[in-house]
Design a protein around this ligand. Structure first.
Ligand code: GAL
Length: 376
């Protein structure tokens, strides 16, 4: 079966490193602790050994006995018009239905339309309609306390995805026994990988050989830790390697291809040949940057370098053909599967940690063909 083959393949590429806060994107101080233990058989101190066993058996039966097809899952994605989150959303739906046996009519997936008020209404509707669990890709990570409070009051667990809440909030879920968790990827790792892809070039990214790597930074939504960390850590990988850098332009492109194209076109007309490297916080913007680079008559990997994050099929093809320098695979298979699995764990009363991180994978011409085979 296609999905299963893909899943196995992805697990092989990424080593399927799932870890809790240990590699914590923004949550390095968060301890790996269980967020919700209420329904688990936590009564080991019971008087007789026999009684403790009975408790454990009852919980196991409850897990096995749950009819997955009846579970109602409410999902809200920050905005459907986002390339990466579209791949993620489709995988999430597929996995919930095909692998976990949730009925598709019991899964509601809403478009947050990049509007926190709109998303809040969707969440409140899920509460009113008695959904069993929610998977939420927040529009604004800063709204997490309100969302968690309302869901917790209604007894509905929440799996946050993609936009990470504050580390102290993740700890608060543990301290207060709130059924909430975050499933994501450590954006510091993706930023570092982007920088390393430049450092590993023979000229370390110094396309014009003048001793300084001058770059432009096309940022995602700067409120998003993914944008903050990728911006910081991509450059840090260069400076850590002793490369002298100069930032020519840093502008927000909100993860959007058209904005990526506009920002890069303006930067190229302002700074021309001085630009050695174009860093884009994601692939959609890198695709826009590539259009601008080609329109300006420049040639990637000859007189300019270009890197993104996500590993969209089109971008990996460009890496294979040498039209882009590299990207970083943002493992939406691993993230979607973990998010769905944890949602079901909550429903079944199993233990759930507060943070789960899925590894990124560097994509360069060396492994691009292999990655492409798996994601296509
Ligand atoms: C990032 C991804 C971007 C965009 C963003 C939305 O992880 O790389 O392409 O989807 O999430 O929050």
């Amino acid at each position: 079966m296609r999905l299963t083959k893909k899943m196995i393949a992805m697990a092989l590429i990424s080593g399927m490193v799932l870890s809790t806060a240990a590699c914590g994107g923004g949550s390095s101080t968060t301890e790996t602790t269980t967020a919700a233990t209420e329904a688990a058989p936590a009564k080991e101190e019971t008087t007789a050994a026999g009684e403790a066993e009975t408790t454990a058996e009852t919980a196991a039966e409850a897990v096995e006995g749950k009819d997955m097809s009846e579970v109602k899952v409410g999902i809200s994605i920050y905005q459907f018009a986002d390339n990466f989150m579209t791949l993620y959303r489709e995988e999430l739906q597929k996995y919930l239905t095909e692998e976990l046996g949730v009925k598709s009519e019991n899964i509601s997936i809403m478009d947050g339309k990049n509007d926190q008020g709109e998303q809040m209404n969707q969440i409140r509707n899920f509460i009113t309609q008695g959904y069993d669990v929610m998977i939420i890709n927040l529009v604004q990570a800063s709204s997490e306390p309100t969302v968690t409070e309302e869901c917790n009051a209604a007894g509905i667990p929440v799996v946050y995805i993609n936009r990470e809440p504050e580390a102290d909030r993740e700890q608060a879920w543990v301290d207060e026994g709130i059924k909430a968790t975050y499933v994501g990827a450590d954006a510091r790792q993706s930023g570092t990988y982007q920088g390393e892809e430049i450092v590993e070039l023979e000229n370390k990214g110094d396309a014009d050989g003048d001793g300084v790597v001058r770059y432009i930074m096309v940022q995602g939504d700067p409120e998003n830790v993914d944008a903050q960390y990728r911006t910081e850590f991509s450059v840090k990988a260069l400076t850590d390697a002793g490369v002298e850098v100069e930032e020519l332009v840093k502008m927000r492109g909100d993860w959007d291809q058209t904005k990526g194209q506009e920002i890069t076109a303006n930067a190229l007309s302002q700074h021309g040949d001085k630009i050695d490297v174009v860093f884009c916080n994601n692939d959609a913007m890198a695709l826009g940057a590539l259009q601008a680079i080609e329109a300006a008559g420049r040639k990637v990997n000859e007189d300019i370098y270009l890197v993104g994050v996500d590993a969209l099929v089109e971008v990996v093809e460009h890496v294979t053909n040498g039209n882009m320098t590299g990207t970083v695979f943002n493992d939406y298979f691993g993230q979607a599967h973990t998010a769905a699995d944890k949602a079901m764990d909550f429903v079944n009363g199993a233990d759930v940690d507060n943070v789960y991180m899925v590894d990124y994978v560097k994509v360069t011409p060396d492994n691009a063909a292999e990655i492409l085979e798996k994601i296509k």
